[in-house]
Design a protein around this ligand. Structure first.
Ligand SMILES: Nc1nc2c(ncn2[C@@H]2O[C@H](COP(=O)(O)OP(=O)(O)OP(=O)(O)O)[C@@H](O)[C@H]2O)c(=O)[nH]1
Ligand SMILES: [Zn+2]
Length: 195
């Protein structure tokens, strides 16, 4: 069965520490996603973009188990400095397995499993995310070419498969700390992250 497109619902201004964004809400088959934009997103421009996956513990609770919070802050800051860009905030907590399952995976990691094997032990794919809704989101904004802030080669491939050209990549090397050494190592060794 073919997927129903994600649809734009509403928008409002969102003043932040980094400057004023516009926050847009999309409904993707019952799942909310958010997009923060700044400036005029002209189709002829290469738009600085971050596709960020929800991490309540890292983005909102200052967890040091991962690098998500500093990556989110870095991306918003970069967009604000350029006065143009978009941050797609996908509600795919825990690489798509949800918050409860992620905390179960954390418990397994406390016992010595890495993030990849913990997902598998719980019966999930190592990475259960989908990027299909991005096609509708980029089409809504008329964005055709981007500079993507990421270390994840799967994200680049997924976005390009949906017809948006990733002209350039900005590495996101922030938020390294003594608690996330193994987490970052697994991303490089098993998820083949570029940085
Ligand atoms: N299942 C699971 N998910 C995790 C774990 N730690 C972080 N996450 C989730 O991983 C997602 C972030 O993915 P990452 O692999 O850190 O980074 P990425 O988005 O693939 O790549 P970048 O664009 O380079 O940041 C968020 O949804 C987090 O909630 C974990 O130990 N287990
Ligand atoms: Zn995180």
């Amino acid at each position: 069965m073919s997927r129903k497109p994600a649809i734009f619902i509403t928008q409002a201004t969102l003043p932040t520490e980094y400057g004023e964004f516009t926050i847009h809400v999309f409904d993707d088959n019952g799942q909310e996603h958010l997009v923060l934009t700044m400036g005029h997103l002209r189709p002829e421009d290469v738009i600085l973009t971050r596709v960020h996956s929800e991490c309540l513990t890292g983005d909102g609770l200052f967890s040091l188990r991962c690098d998500c919070g500093p990556q989110l802050a870095f991306a918003m800051d970069q967009i604000a400095q350029r006065k143009q860009g978009m941050l797609v905030y996908l509600r795919q907590e825990g690489r798509g397995i949800g918050l409860t399952e992620k905390i179960k995976a954390y418990q397994l990691q406390d016992q010595g499993f890495d993030t990849f094997d913990a997902n598998v032990k719980l019966g999930h794919l190592p990475d259960n995310r989908s990027y299909d809704m991005l096609e509708d989101v980029f089409a809504h904004f008329g964005v055709k070419q981007i500079e993507l802030m990421t270390n994840n080669p799967d994200k680049i491939r997924a976005i390009e498969a949906h017809g948006v050209e990733v002209k350039d990549r900005m590495a996101v090397k922030v938020g390294h700390n003594p608690h996330n050494i193994n987490y970052l190592k697994t991303k490089k060794d098993k998820f083949l992250h570029l940085d």
